[in-house]
Each structure stands twice: as C-alpha cells, then as structure tokens.
Design a protein. Sequence first.
Length: 519
Amino acid sequence: MSHELELKFELEPKHASQLARVPVLLGEEVGESKRVERLVSVYFDTARGKLRKHCISLRIRRAGKQRLQTIKWAKRTALFDRGQSETQINSIAPDWEAARGTALEPLLGKKLRRSLKPLFETRISRTIYPISTEAAEIEVAVDHGSIRAGQRTVPIRELELELKRGQSSELFRIARELSRNVPARLTLKSKAERGYELLNGGSRIAVKAAEVEFPAGTSTIEAFRIIARSCLAQIVANEAGVQGRDSEALHQIRIGMRRLRAAISLFSEMLAGTQTEFVKSELKWITAESSLARDLDVHISEVLAPSRNEHESNADFQSLCRDFERRRAEAFHRAADAFRSDRYRYLLIELAAWIEVGTWSNLDDDAKRARNERPIEIYAAEQLTRRRKKIVKKAKIFCRLQPEQRHRLRIAVKKFRYIAEFVGSVFPAKKSTKRRTALLGSVKRIQNCLGALNDIAVHEKLHFDVIRERDNSLTTTTLCGRAFIVGLISGQEKARADQLTADAALTFTEFRAAKPFWK
C-alpha cells in the first residue's frame, strides 16, 4: 500500500511530436537510463459505475509476462495525491484477497463481486526517465497509445511526473522546466476517468462547482488548500467547453476563477507574498480576456432574444442582432485564444504549485504557523462576522450609494456568498443549517438584483459602442433606426432598474434580519 503524488499533462495531436524533446531537455544521462514498457490495462467496474462514484479505480495491467492488479482511490479533498495498492497476480480476473486494506474492501459484497466486469482498456507504450536530484527522485513518463471502450477509441499522448521520494516542490520545479519547452497542458483526468467518458459518449461540456466539505477542526491552512483545489478543478474541467465556444462552460470557468479570488480574499493574511500577487494578477488578466464574451452572451440571450418575436419584421432590430452576434463570436474567439495560450498554460502550473507548495505555507515564524493551524470554524466565524457587518453598514444606505459604491457592495456580497458556501460543512448542527439556508437565500436574491443592475450598466456601454462604431456599409437611415431600437431597449431596462433597486433594498432588510449560522 502506498500513495502517489503525480502531475499529468496532455498534448494536442499537433504537438505530439514535441514529446520526443523530453529526453533532450532532461539531459543525456537521464536519457541513457530510460526504460520502455508496453502496457495493456483492463479497467473493471459495475455497469452503473459504483467504483467510479466512490472515486476508486480497479485495473489489471499486463506488462510483458507479468500481471499487476492496481487499486487506486482519490481523496475527495485532493487533486494530485492518491492512495494505491499494487499486487502481482496470476489471473485475468480480480484477486479479492489483494483488495484487503484498500478503499475497495468495504464495498466488496457478493453482489458487487458478481457485478464487476471489464469496461474499457488502455494500450500504452511508455518510456520512463528516472530523475534524481538532491531533493527528490522523480519518474517522468511519456505515454503514447489509446483507450478503447466498445467500438470507441481515443488516442493518448500524455506526460506524467510522479514523485517517488523527496520534496513535492521538486515535482513542480521539473514540471515548470518541461512546460517551457513542451506545450503540454495540465490535466486532472486519470486514464480511468477518460475511459469512463469514452464509455458514456463524451465528457460534460460545462461543469459546476463541487460542494466543498471538510470536518470541523480542519486547520485553516488545509481548509484553504481544499477550497482552492475545488476551484482549480472547476476551472480545468471547463477549458474544453470554452474552447468549443460553449456559453455555459465560459460562465462556469469564470465562476471557478471568482471562487478562487474569493478564497484568496478570505485567507489574504495567510497568503500574503509575491507569489500570491502574481496569481492574483494572472487571474485578473484571464478574467478580463473572457469578460466581453460573457457580457455579449448575456445581452443577446437575456435582452435581445426575448424581443425577437416582437421585432421580427423590423430590419433595424434584426441588423442590430446580427451585429451583436458577430461581436459575440469575435469575443468568444478571443477568449478561446486566451485559454489556449502559453501564458494561461503556465498559469495553471503556477496555480497548482502555489496551492500545494506555495511559499506562503513555508513559515519560520511560530506565531504565524500557530495562526495557520487554527481550526477553520474559528477563523471562518471571525471573517463572516466582519464581512457581514460591512455589508449591513452599506445596506442601510443602499438607495443613496453611487454606482461605483454599489459595484463594490455587489463584489462584497458575492464574496460573502462564496465564503458562506465554502465553510458551511463545519457548522453541521440543525439550527446552523436552517440559518445558513435562510441567509444564503437572501444573499442569492441580493446578488441576483445587483448582478442584473450591473448587467444593465454593461448593456448601456455595449449599446453606446455599437452606435458609436463607424461602419461605412451602413446608411444614415439604418444608423438612425439602430439608435431608435437601442433607445427603446435602454428605456425598458431603465424601468427594470428602478424595480431591481427597490427589490435589492427590500432583500437587504431580510439579510440584516437573518441570524448568523456560525454562532
């Protein structure tokens, strides 16, 4: 029984040849000590994927004349660290005795044993390069091959780095060096997960955030890592959808980034440092690169689309819609390019390294170390109390706030909501759960009102831009017609803004009356 700390990277087909550069980058001595393996692995589960639901994989791998049964299980709070049991067996069927002491053992009733069957297989040519430094021993594996599930097959072109011994920071250092020369992208999917996706006809395009859970007594430092890993998982899971121009995937990846920024805000004292400032700056950059696509998508789907039937015979309205759709397509192209860029690829590696082995966690100061080891429920209660007071103070004068002040209040409410969702599991009492549900309900309603008001302000700017843009192909009559349509839409949104403002003020009253769930 052991555990493995592993980083996985995928290459697009057009970059597959770049894997040949790995031995050159690692050095001649490493290249000479390489070994090549031909691996055929069969993965077992029930038809309904019971092992998958418990984050367990069971495979039998043939390497030459040897057969190995491997059971892996993921911690729900970890991304790169998994438990593993590997046993040499003589059969093509699973060996149940070898499952003793693993995460699989509690599930192994008679019914499950009868239900387990081979679902898919991988065929891999693996070249392994052992690296030995003063701080660690690491294996770099280059994988070429395929996954087959029924009649479906997909290629595998992966780079894996596994820490065999030593410091985790060395794993990320080697990953950084390789990524500068090999355009591989960090992935969180195991081969087993890719096999399940192939079996089920493909992965989900848009992935929502998984609920964050940790027990009471979890240290503040570990709570941050669990939250940040959840955010990173949501971000990575939605990359493919964004590059495929999926609107909901774009929305979810932005939520993942906002959740991560809220986590940084929550733990700002603990995270202070240049590495954190770099992460914040890069998150701000990639958020900005995707903002226009999201803004235009909301405007088209929530403002223009509902009016299409009403104005279906209005040529100026239809022309305006086509113009906004063109702009949205261009903005999505820009966002996809940003998420495909080397800069973003490097950011993901830095994010992973910062979460797992960031300089913020290496403290020589005993007082700071003790503060970081405090139970999360104590720290969370302090933070929620302080943030709630600030929101209540501004809420009392909400109707007198200027647009910029309302914008800052909207951000504060959004962060409060994410933080309350992050730490809810450490206040499990029935009374706390009831209070949390009521408080989050009012927060979500406030957020909806303030978000809609912000959208209206954004739409006004979008209207101004489309009217101001010079297009020699448009006649004066068409421009005037567009201006009239824009004015009509703006007038309707202004009336809606007045109602939203009144609704927000009322909901803030509910928020002030709601009892804190953390007390």
